[in-house]
Write a protein of this length. Structure first.
Length: 323
């Protein structure tokens, strides 16, 4: 029989995998008596897990929703799926949750056994991301992103190779402060120990980031927050466009096709309003095409001009097709 602590964790894991367990079946899975099972359930309740019990011949247990999210217990397959999904979200597969996805990804990777990390990396290497990348971007390596995030969290000095916008390469040693997701890119805000000043680095231009093991006392950032510091340092960042398009299709249909990149507001059974903030009007035009429906551009005017130009080129291409 497993010891009390490991058995309690096993019980918690089982309660998280099924909505309801019959008492006899649960006791059999744990190889304990009904009396021991009740004691283990009471132990989970003392730890703050809201386990509900029902009496009778078919009585049993289920884990109810509580006031706070309890720690989750996952098996190997679930851990790999969680890490791969979080990597995708951190790279912008779902707009607005990149930073929170990265924080939890760092927690998962930190405690994940090496054999599971290898499986996560193999899956990532063999998967083609479907996220939109700005022109010329190679994308961010999730492993590098996680390394940088952990160094920021632990106030640990970081070394990496860096390629500047004009193509110059060099080694950097920094005191990392924060990671910022801005304009479909990730930036590291850090104090550069070579240049003795604060800098922001595009993470897709980093190579081989590694924590040195040297801890440091965090310095005061010369800005309101890290995002403001990045914005102030990017003079040539493309302006963001606020897109608003009336789509003549049910909102449910449009969400299924482009909801991961846009917000969709229902206006009736056959109409909805599509909104997005993007640096690329080409991407906005592409999203409109993906809806597969008639649409009216409300803003900005430049998007309508782009659609006219695309339409002209598409018509020319269609008319010149060799039959």
């Amino acid at each position: 029989m497993a010891n009390t602590s490991s058995r309690t964790l096993r019980l918690l894991s089982l309660l998280q995998t099924h909505r309801f367990w019959r008492g006899a079946e649960l006791a059999e899975r744990l190889e304990v008596s009904a009396r021991t099972l009740r004691r283990d359930v009471d132990r989970l309740r003392e730890l703050g897990y809201p386990v509900e019990a029902s009496r009778g011949v078919d009585g049993g247990y289920r884990l109810a929703a509580g006031a706070a999210l309890p720690p989750l217990v996952v098996d190997d397959e679930e851990a790999v799926a969680l890490a791969v999904g979080l990597q995708s979200a951190a790279q912008g597969a779902v707009a607005g949750i990149e930073e929170s996805s990265l924080r939890i990804l760092a927690k998962v990777i930190q405690v994940m056994p090496a054999r599971l990390r290898r499986r996560v990396e193999a899956l990532r290497a063999m998967t083609v991301p479907a996220t939109w990348q700005p022109a010329g971007d190679a994308g961010v390596d999730p492993a590098a992103l996680t390394t940088v995030a952990l160094a920021c969290r632990d106030s640990e000095r970081l070394t990496f190779g860096y390629t500047t916008a004009d193509g110059r390469c060099g080694d950097r040693q920094v005191e990392p402060h924060r990671l910022v997701s801005l304009g479909q890119r990730w930036y590291l805000v850090a104090y550069d120990l070579t240049r003795h000043d604060w800098r922001s680095f595009r993470v897709d231009r980093l190579s081989a980031p590694a924590a040195t093991g040297d801890r440091f006392r965090p310095r005061e950032l010369p800005a309101e927050d890290a995002a403001d510091f990045v914005r102030a340092g990017i003079g040539n960042m493309p302006p963001a466009h606020e897109v608003e398009v009336l789509v003549h299709a049910p909102g449910e249909l449009v969400r299924a096709r482009v909801g991961r990149w846009c917000t969709v507001e229902d206006l009736g059974p056959d109409r909805c309003l599509l909104r997005m903030t993007t640096e690329s009007l080409a991407w906005a035009a592409f999203a409109i095409g993906l809806t597969g429906a008639e649409a009216e551009v409300r803003a900005p005017r430049a998007l309508a001009d782009q659609l006219r130009e695309w339409g002209r080129r598409f018509i020319t291409a269609a008319d010149s097709t060799v039959h």
